[in-house]
Design a protein around this ligand. Sequence first.
Ligand SMILES: Cc1cc2nc3c(=O)[nH]c(=O)nc-3n(C[C@H](O)[C@H](O)[C@H](O)COP(=O)(O)OP(=O)(O)OC[C@H]3O[C@@H](n4cnc5c(N)ncnc54)[C@H](O)[C@@H]3O)c2cc1C
Length: 398
Amino acid sequence: MEHVSTEIAIIGGGVIGLTTALRLRADGHEVVLIEPNQPGSGASYGNAGTVADYAIIPVGTPAILRNIGSLLLDANSPLSIRKAALPTLFPWLIRFAYEALPHRYRDNTRRIANLLSDASAEWTELASEIGGSHLLSGKGCLYLYSTPKAFEAAKRVAAFRRDHGIAQELLSPDEIGRLEPNLPASEGGGVLFPKAINLADPGQTMDLLAASVRRSGVPICQASATAITREAGFVRITAAPFDIRAKTVVVAAGAHSARFARQVDDPVRLDTERGYHLEFDMDRPPVERPVCPTEYGFYFCPMKGRLRIAGTVELGGLAAPSNPRRLDVLLANARRTFPWLGTPSRTWLGFRPSMPDSVPVIRPSKGGKDVIFAFGHGHIGLTLAPRTARMVGELLAA
Ligand SMILES: Cc1cc2nc3c(=O)[nH]c(=O)nc-3n(C[C@H](O)[C@H](O)[C@H](O)COP(=O)(O)OP(=O)(O)OC[C@H]3O[C@@H](n4cnc5c(N)ncnc54)[C@H](O)[C@@H]3O)c2cc1C
């Protein structure tokens, strides 16, 4: 066993753990990061790259609750459940249904909106700090609605978002055509979030982030943490071959964080929303900005040297392998917009760390602030990384 003693140990080197490490180090703390794989290679690698400061609506809404049956029965739906995982998922689903009730939905929206309020500015600052400003693009994000009926419903949601201060432009089919000439004509409409920014390469951004963390003097222990235990005056982390003692542990292991919460007697209802991506290598992606055909639940993302198609939700736990059927559905739905898409250059499955209310868990554990939780960011973890890091810093300073 190699013994390590530190002020702060962070479990997990995804975007949340890395950004938190950088921030705490800048605040003058001694920090060690524990990560078994290449830092930033989990969910933080394969996402849609949107700094989605407009994404204030939780996954659980009254509309989802009303339509859940048809969504799950439709083979082309952006939402699916692996039947084998149903018994394990049941408590999460019950809570999800509760959180989708109108009063909970409104409260969850308010809490998410508060967290997202400065996301673009915070990411612009972080990108500059890690030498990644060239990977940011600022042309906004576009939601598409294929029918006038869907667009009418979208206008009501847009009004709700506007009440929370989100900048939006409602676009006619002609206006969409002028903005994104390669999209096929549609009868519906679009909502542009003009202030949203996006990353042209999340993987490369994670590499820059990890390099900055190392440069700042944070050692990365390549190991998988298996247990955290409170002992007299410190917390012990077992992460063979390391035996780590820390004054404070930050749990930032994304979708894998629940076991650590249980170990400190503060269980959380964290599960995963599995998400997929397909990539097509090309010099000039057909869209200028992330474009989401909303009924199919994914984004067309223009990335460096490729088009990434990322999204959809499969409830099904962490253990099952990638589901080829979900990739087929993603490809078929992408071809409704761009029929010329051929065989993907690569495919990917990742694990969103998801709470039933879509609100991340950023707080001290119930037993005390020697263990701090920073996980459960669901669909907006990339967006919320700088804010999360700041909040963890404030918790330590309090
Ligand atoms: C298809 C898809 C599209 C998305 N699009 C967007 C988007 O456009 N915008 C946005 O904001 N968000 C998006 N997200 C969500 C976002 O990617 C996640 O919320 C975010 O990456 C979570 O970051 P994380 O650091 O918590 O988790 P991760 O990136 O998964 O990192 C967790 C890390 O913990 C490590 N770990 C696990 N177990 C242990 C252990 N026992 N010991 C030590 N380390 C451990 C893992 O190896 C991993 O590196 C998307 C997600 C998906 C799947």
